[in-house]
Design a protein around this ligand. Structure first.
Ligand code: SAM
Length: 260
């Protein structure tokens, strides 16, 4: 069970406060940005397929770590899972609660310091959290602890720091197209973003290989890729051209780790 411990003092207290403030400032417009809210039946079906690949077809007790506005929770609920969702931003949580009411247990909590008992969940899922962690070793140990034996962790994430030359080209093309078409520019606090990302553990970028190695260190037995491209393809189909390009201008991946 989580509570509002997210503000308890700790080693990375001030950085965490800045990270929390940054995401809170983005809560209102978060769902409008490409790749965030589930925009079509095809995208929901792609998420369902990914979640079935990761967790099987039975209903499970699942923890959505850093649920944000509750979009992964939405996909989990659509498959009949029993969902607990945590985040440390009240602004994000308010949006998740407005969407799902009491269909999911939506709680304030720190994904690096869970208050749940050992072996509480059949499965854990987290999208776009790992790259922002301040203490991933502590987080992964916690996630391992609260999973039941045989339980699975699905991580959906990417490298939002490094781009290959081709990804750079695509990104520049996406910006050019957006400017020509008058597409919405989602302004974010770049100074705050740069200030926090400089201090993330994965400030040099997150990769599937590095994450897999760290999860293995944390005790996870089997680390396997999952097919996130199906989701990206579905997102592209309902996006404007510049957003469809933006979706492939960074490396995105999904990984499933199993607790033996
Ligand atoms: C990029 S958003 C992703 C939200 C959601 N998972 C999604 O994919 O739509 C990152 C989220 O992580 C949350 N977050 C970051 N660090 C956290 C932590 N240590 N504990 C709980 N939430 C955290 C932020 O408040 C924010 O809602």
């Amino acid at each position: 069970m989580q509570d509002t411990n997210a503000s308890s003092p700790g080693a990375n207290y001030s950085l965490k406060e800045e990270i929390r403030a940054y995401w809170s400032s983005r809560a209102a417009s978060f769902d409008q940005q490409v790749g965030h809210a589930i925009k079509s039946e095809a995208e929901l079906a792609a998420f369902q397929s990914l979640l079935r690949q990761a967790f099987g077809t039975e209903s499970r007790d699942v923890l959505d770590l850093a649920c944000g506005t509750g979009e992964i929770t939405r996909a989990l609920l659509s498959l009949g899972h029993k969902v607990t969702a945590i985040d440390f931003s009240d602004d994000m949580l308010a949006r998740a609660r407005a969407k799902h009411g009491d269909k999911a247990r939506i709680l304030s909590g720190d994904a690096e310091r869970l208050l749940d008992d050992d072996e509480s969940y059949d499965a854990l899922v987290t999208r776009h959290l790992v790259w922002t962690l301040t203490d991933p070793e502590a987080a992964f140990a916690e996630w391992f602890r609260v999973l039941k034996p045989g339980g699975r962790l699905l991580v959906i994430d990417g490298d939002w720091i490094n781009r290959s030359w081709i990804q750079n080209l695509i990104n520049r093309g996406a910006t050019w197209l957006r400017e020509r078409s008058g597409g919405t520019v989602h302004t974010t606090d770049k100074e705050a973003f740069d200030s926090i990302t400089r201090r993330f553990f994965f400030r040099g970028g997150l990769s599937y290989e590095r994450l897999g190695a760290m999860l293995h260190e944390a005790g996870f037995a089997r680390i396997e890729p999952a097919d996130y491209r199906q989701v990206v393809r579905a997102q592209q189909r309902s996006a404007a051209l510049h957003d469809a390009l933006r979706l492939v201008s960074s490396t995105r991946f999904a990984l499933v780790a199993t607790k033996a």
